[in-house]
Design a protein around this ligand. Structure first.
Ligand SMILES: Nc1ncnc2c1ncn2[C@@H]1O[C@H](COP(=O)(O)OP(=O)(O)OP(=O)(O)O)[C@@H](O)[C@H]1O
Length: 328
């Protein structure tokens, strides 16, 4: 089934953003208008959204539409590095700053000069580094580890977190003064489960992206789309992407991706159980196709009890299907 984006009134930049994020939903359109307005300013932006919801894509989009677009964009995940390494990565160090600092190292605040610095998972930054970050925001200067001279910083800072930073500040985990400096322009990305209408378009776009590497471009069946739309996606678009890569592999060059190609935890959703119930209630409507029975047998490694359960039929009926389709 082809999903056409709805026609909406928006600026050329917002239209481009809707193509980048594969969404024209109301929630996302609001976000595009903020991105467009904030891109031309130098104000610090704080992006909030669950893991995998597209925070880095938002930061890249802001950079892309800013006057810094021809300069560097550097992304750092503050949760991935321990305090010492993070400090050196952010602010750099001079030779001999600590044991093992055998040569000078430039931090991202220096390397990103003229461009944009995206600090992901900012809530995870230790309190002592928060003080250094605050200094940059207040004075536009920083000092590398072990150094004496201040360096002028010319970076645009975009930060992101999946946490409620106000709550972190209330609990004393995050400096209140830094919070206000960073969230001059807050941007919220709604989780995928709150914009389920976006799922078919995003899924189609992800499959298209893979076209070259898998040399086929299978379409999702309506049933597979219904299952994807019914699932809540705690890992957001990243989880959807991984699910589709799994499904592409399972579909193994076929022209369609069906429910049976999806991972169990996704396919065993309410929709699937509704589908099974409808099969049970109306057996003639629920005539199974050879392909479906074959895939389920393969999926459950020829465990007939599990396969029959998953298909919502008895073991005897499964046996009849195997005979009918010649599936040994
Ligand atoms: N609207 C979208 N359309 C297509 N792909 C998307 C969309 N949003 C996110 N993605 C893809 O999903 C993956 C996760 O996105 P991204 O890294 O921007 O999320 P994040 O919120 O920064 O995640 P984390 O907080 O875990 O770092 C990336 O591969 C990205 O390209």
């Amino acid at each position: 089934m082809k999903h056409q984006p709805q026609k909406i009134e928006c600026s050329p930049i917002q239209l481009e953003l809707s193509q980048k994020f594969h969404s024209c939903s109301k929630e996302m359109r609001h976000m595009y208008s903020i991105i467009e307005k904030v891109a031309v300013t130098e104000f610090p932006v704080l992006v909030r959204g669950e893991s995998g919801s597209g925070k880095e894509l938002v930061a890249q989009a802001i950079h892309h539409y800013s006057q810094r677009k021809n300069e560097v964009f550097i992304a750092i995940n503050c949760a991935a590095l321990n305090a010492n390494i993070l400090e050196s990565e952010l602010f750099g160090h001079v030779k001999g700053a600590f044991t093992g600092a055998i040569r000078e190292h430039k931090g991202v605040f220096e390397r990103a000069a003229g461009g944009t610095l995206f600090l992901d998972e900012i809530a995870e930054i230790p309190l002592e580094l928060q003080a250094k970050l605050l200094r940059i925001l207040e004075t536009g200067e920083f000092t590398p580890m072990g150094g004496e001279k201040s360096i002028k910083s010319d970076v645009r800072i975009i930060t992101a977190t999946h946490r409620a930073l106000r709550e972190e500040a209330r609990l004393g985990h995050f400096r209140q003064d830094l919070l206000y400096r960073l969230r001059v322009i807050p941007i919220f990305i709604p989780p995928l489960r709150e914009r389920k209408q976006d799922i078919p378009l995003i899924a189609e776009a992800i499959l298209k992206e893979q076209q070259d590497s898998v040399k086929t471009s299978p379409r999702l069946t309506q049933q597979a789309i219904n299952v994807l739309t019914n699932y809540d996606w705690p890992g957001n678009v990243r989880e959807l992407k991984n699910t589709l890569l799994y499904a592409l592999t399972m579909a193994n060059g076929q022209s369609h991706i069906d429910v049976t190609d999806l991972p169990d935890e996704i396919s065993h959703t309410q929709y699937h159980s509704d589908y099974i119930t409808s099969l049970k209630q109306s057996p003639q409507r629920g005539k199974l196709k050879k392909d479906t029975v074959q895939k389920m047998l393969f999926k459950y490694q020829y465990d007939f009890t599990l396969t029959a359960q998953a298909l919502g039929i008895s073991r005897t009926t499964l046996w009849r299907y195997r005979k009918l389709f010649n599936l040994s």
